[in-house]
Write a protein that binds this ligand. Structure first.
Ligand code: SAH
Length: 346
């Protein structure tokens, strides 16, 4: 089955579930070797970096897994000034970043006008860079406004492709249906779209993961963000088990073979559960790393989950260290927008 996937063939939902359920060291090793080849075909040994700016942790939503949910009264809330956001970008530009990812909770303070102004300013101050937004569910009109202001990409994880599972992870005012509506709007507008899911979230089995793979295959996103679920102590899932490194890596490999040209980050959550999580992610098929460019004073406050790494080699200022770590395993961190290959000139 892994060979069939590598050869461009399709797997059924049952076959994905079978592979996931019956995985072991040998199948994982084989999967990763083919995933590396598939990525090399499209991206060589290049690793793209994105400067992540977590610009607000105010959120009107109440997702059961997330540490910045509105019911978490212990969250120390902050929002960056527009000028602070722009300073982060300027600093990042000097460091070689050519993509900035603005991520935050769904914070009404950042209305369309404000967000559009930020996007326009970043594009003006950092010529040739790409701007990625990750600010949740909005109306089509809002997405269009950000796009017209110059936003290039949008990250919105579908979280789980199983509607009943979605309902177990979210309060009832949030629906899988609206999440999908957003994803389709984003694609139609012309964004490079990233979606994705958590690995090991409560109630998830191999069947849900197989549905995620089928969704990704059908939706054909340009990017796929996957990372382990990690509990946050002040959420309803505070006592649940975290997703494992091993399963997350396996899923990364499967995504790489399913969408060989996708941009796949080795996520912060992966780096959080293992000190070499990001290197391992790259070796399993990832080709993007997103160091944190937020001001050090707020990094600890953007606590989606416990023990999130936010200092040392995780931070953007240590991009040289990241470069060394990647070169040690045979990869080059490049100064590039890093568009999805199906989109760029060639
Ligand atoms: N408000 C934005 C950004 C959300 S945070 C949005 O709705 O898209 C980005 C991602 O972090 C989420 O999509 C979710 O998949 C992930 N996340 C949230 N809580 C998490 C947790 N406890 N463990 C692991 N990942 C988590």
């Amino acid at each position: 089955m892994i060979d069939r996937l590598y050869g461009g063939g399709e797997l059924s939902r049952e076959e994905y579930a079978y592979l996931i359920r019956n995985r072991g060291d040998d199948s994982a090793r084989y999967l990763f070797s083919l995933a590396a080849k598939a990525r090399e075909r499209y991206y060589g040994n290049k690793i793209y970096i994105r400067g992540l700016i977590e610009f607000t942790n105010y959120c009107k939503n109440d997702c059961f897994y997330c540490g910045i949910r509105r019911s978490n009264k212990n969250a120390d809330r902050y929002r960056l000034e527009v000028s602070e956001i722009l300073d982060c970008c300027k600093e990042g530009f000097e460091l070689g970043f050519r993509t900035f990812v603005l991520q935050g909770g769904e914070d009404g303070y950042f209305n369309d006008e404000r967000l559009c102004r930020i996007v326009r300013e970043i594009k003006r101050l950092c010529p040739g860079c790409a701007v990625t937004l990750s600010v949740g569910e909005k109306s089509r009109g809002s997405y269009q406004a950000y796009f017209d202001a110059g936003a290039d990409r949008y990250l919105l994880r579908h979280e789980t492709a199983d509607v009943r599972h979605y309902e177990k992870l979210h309060p009832k005012e949030l629906s899988a249906e609206n999440r999908l509506r957003c994803l389709h709007d984003l694609k139609e507008i012309g964004y490079q779209v990233g979606t994705g899911f958590m690995v090991g979230s409560p109630y998830q089995t191999a069947d849900e993961l197989a549905m995620d793979m089928m969704f990704i295959k059908a939706f054909q996103p340009h990017m796929v963000g996957i990372g382990p679920f990690v509990p946050h102590h002040d959420t309803p899932f505070g006592n649940e088990k975290a997703g494992t490194l091993e399963l997350t890596l396996f899923m990364l490999g499967l995504v790489r073979l399913t969408l060989p040209a996708a941009l796949l980050p080795a996520t912060t959550a992966l780096g959080t559960i293992d000190p070499e999580g990001r290197e391992k992610g790259v070796l399993a098929g990832a080709n993007v790393v997103m160091p944190n460019l937020s001001p050090p004073s707020v990094r600890k406050k953007y606590q989606l989950y416990d023990n999130k790494i936010c200092t040392g080699c995780e931070s953007a200022q240590s991009v040289d260290d990241l470069r060394k770590r990647m070169s040690r395993i045979g990869y080059d961190v490049v100064v590039d927008r890093g568009d999805a290959v199906s989109i760029s000139k060639n």
